[in-house]
Design a protein around this ligand. Structure first.
Ligand code: HMG
Ligand code: MG
Length: 277
């Protein structure tokens, strides 16, 4: 079995940091991640700089990284303006993002779920690169509480309908349990082919590795993680870091094809810059 890990540290890991991290550091972080063996690295976001000031330098980061042939360098895109910026930067793959909860979607992208899907239809029609669709608050919402698997299935279906090639299911605030993960995976099975499904766990309650283990047991092979377990969403109170890439390497070993020492070296580049006010 091969486990495909999408490294999201430069985006999810850094987006919640209050003090602006120098672009040089971000470029060095991505370049170090390029030496680890990842098939895909999520480099930044082409969102409104008013909403996520930390990632306002996405264009510059893309211009200055050294791209390793064979690695996909992706970024978040919320709307047509973001797509234009991403295309200009030569992004290899984009990710649109919505959620299973109306309140979170309003707080995160200032839209209803239905409006977000219509925005994505327009973005995907114009996109010339593959598109991932994130589906946040798939288990618990910081505003609405537990989320029914049916709601997740409905949004996943709409993401596929508008042309997403991959759907990443987010435990945004890290509250899911392995049983809940299995329930959602089972509910999604008739709708999302397993090779087009990714799981995106945050580790707030220390269950992210167990959750990944359970998802792998039901056939999921793609997982998002961040070097050093850094991260969190600024619009999800209580969200902590992503599951750490090193923890997934420890759990899944050689199946990940990643160099653990190289991931440690990459994490060490950015660690001193985290937590500044
Ligand atoms: P809005 O305020 O409704 O939109 O925001 P707007 O069109 O009125 O734009 C506001 C201003 O931003 C305008 O500037 C626009 O030009 C500008 P002004 O006229 O005031 O000077 N603007 C942009 N600038 C650059 N690039 C753009 C762009 N769009 C607008 N793309 C919007 C709507 C979607 C833009 C906003 O809500 C937004 O950017 N949200 C992003 C929030 C975000 O990045 N959250 C974190 C990522 S999601 C996450 O972390 C979860 C995930 O990890 C999975 C999981 O864990 O569950 C993926
Ligand atoms: Mg996340």
């Amino acid at each position: 079995m091969t486990i495909r890990i999408v490294e999201v540290g430069p985006r999810d890991g850094l987006q919640n940091e209050k003090a602006i991290i120098p672009t040089d550091v971000k470029v060095a972080f991505v370049d170090a991640l390029s030496r680890c063996g990842f098939a895909e690295i999520e480099v930044s976001s082409f969102v409104s700089p008013k909403w996520v000031p930390q990632l306002a330098d996405a264009t510059e980061v893309f211009a200055r990284i050294t791209r390793r042939p064979g690695t996909v360098y992706s970024a978040l895109v919320p709307n047509a303006a973001g797509l234009a910026r991403a295309a200009e930067a030569g992004v290899d793959k984009i990710a649109v993002f919505t959620a299973a909860s109306e309140t979170f979607t309003r707080r995160n992208i200032n839209a209803t779920i239905a409006e977000s899907i219509e925005r994505f239809r327009e973005v995907i029609a114009r996109a010339t690169v593959p598109v991932r669709g994130y589906l946040s608050t798939a288990f618990h919402c910081p505003y609405e509480g537990p989320i029914a698997p049916d709601a997740v299935v409905r949004v996943a279906q709409r993401l596929l309908d508008v042309g997403c090639l991959e759907v990443s299911i987010g435990d945004t605030i890290g509250k899911a349990t392995p049983d809940e993960v299995e329930d959602v995976c089972s509910a999604l099975a008739p709708v999302v082919p397993i090779d087009r499904l990714a799981m995106h766990f945050h580790d707030t309650f220390g269950r992210a590795v167990a959750n990944a283990e359970r998802a792998a047991a039901v056939g999921v092979t793609t997982f998002d993680s961040s070097a050093g377990g850094i991260g969190g969403c600024p619009y999800a109170p209580g969200a902590s870091g992503n599951v750490s890439t090193q923890a997934l390497i420890e759990r899944f070993g050689a199946a990940t094809g990643l160099d653990r020492a190289a991931v440690d070296r990459a994490a060490a580049i950015v660690q001193p810059w985290l937590g500044g006010a």
